[in-house]
Design a protein around this ligand. Structure first.
Ligand code: ASP
Length: 334
């Protein structure tokens, strides 16, 4: 077992792992040169170790296999470090954070994903602050959950979403408070954690038979019928407003057939904040009557990851339905 204040940095790729060469091109970052690029790291009284996944990627290429690699690294090194910092591209960071939150049951240490909008080595890079503060928070070890740290804010990983493609403030946590804000000091929000003494349990059996179906006005019935007929087990239905959808007969019939064929349909909103409330309008009452499951205020990313996780367990369909509606890792408000 290591001394206290040790952090494992896990590098997966993305802008945060790039630096600008003298010729101006972007090159993947060599971990050995991390402290050359961020000399501030040498002033830390924290033991920082770094490893990389087998093949670093732009996070648009993220996959279940990489999530499994990350979960297995954390499992293997769990007792050796106070916390973990995952350097990750911002594009799919909210998906990875959501997936890891479900894969790492009984997590009692911080797992912080961070990234950057500008590569290290570019004068105005945001990478340095994001890495330095993430390491500090991980070393303190008092947030026992999967988080995203970006531009002075620590967010619950399964509550955040990438909301801006160019601002440094790229992530939002629309339905949940920030876990911490970094200013002169790092101020933690007053969440009372039930620190578990149970062993970490890592779930790697994720089901990929899941899809996201975003509704839009003037959808063609052939399209909906085809998508709902695909051999998938779980469908994340992105609806309008508080969980509303067209009441056209053909649409409701297609939903009914999919449910009768054993598919689980989880309703989340296209809105950034607020909650699905099936039954509030007539346009959602119908979905409720057909057995569509209300996803409350879950993000699409969390809903997808939760469905993949639950369908990979040996829960019965009824148990999965129940679990989709309650908070397992703080991903929804009850
Ligand atoms: N495309 C990059 C990625 O997600 C963008 C970034 O790193 O922020 O890997």
């Amino acid at each position: 077992m290591r001394q206290s204040d040790s952090v494992l940095l896990i590098y997966t790729g993305g802008t945060i792992g790039m630096y600008k060469t003298n010729e101006g091109s972007l090159r993947p970052f060599d971990l050995d040169t991390l402290s050359t690029q961020i000399p501030e790291l040498n002033t830390f009284d924290i033991d920082i170790n770094a490893i990389s996944i087998a093949q670093p990627i732009d996070s648009s290429n993220m996959s279940k296999e990489v999530w499994i690699q990350l979960a297995e690294i954390i499992e293997k090194e769990y007792n050796n470090f106070n916390g973990f910092v995952i350097l990750h591209g911002s594009d799919t960071m909210a998906y990875t954070a959501s997936a890891l939150s479900f894969m790492l049951e009984n997590l009692n240490k911080p797992v912080i994903l961070t990234g950057a909008q500008l590569p290290i080595g570019v004068r105005r890079t945001d990478a340095k602050e994001n890495i330095i503060t993430s390491i500090e928070i991980a070393a303190q070890g008092n947030i026992p959950e999967v988080c995203v740290y970006f531009e002075y804010r620590l967010m619950r990983g399964n509550r955040c979403t990438k909301a801006n493609a160019e601002h440094f403030e790229a992530f939002k946590s629309p339905n949940f408070i920030y876990l911490a804000e970094a200013g002169l000091d790092i101020k933690y929000s007053p969440i009372k954690y039930d620190h578990t003494h149970k062993d970490l349990k890592v779930h790697t059996n994720l089901c990929e038979d899941v899809l996201i179906l975003k509704l839009f006005p003037s959808m063609k019935k052939e399209y909906i019928a085809k998508v709902l007929d695909l051999p998938y087990k779980g469908i994340i239905l992105e609806t309008f407003g508080a969980g509303n959808a067209t009441t056209a007969d053909w649409f409701l019939r297609a939903i009914q057939t999919a449910i009768d064929n054993g598919k689980l349909i989880l309703n989340v909103s296209q809105c950034l904040s607020g909650s699905v409330s099936q039954g509030l309008y007539e346009t959602s009452s119908k979905l409720d009557e057909l057995g569509v499951i209300g996803g409350k205020d879950m993000t699409t990313e969390a809903a997808l990851a939760k469905m993949m996780y639950l369908l990979g367990t040996d829960y019965s369909q009824d148990e999965i339905k129940q679990h989709l509606q309650i908070s397992l890792r703080g991903e929804l408000s009850n």
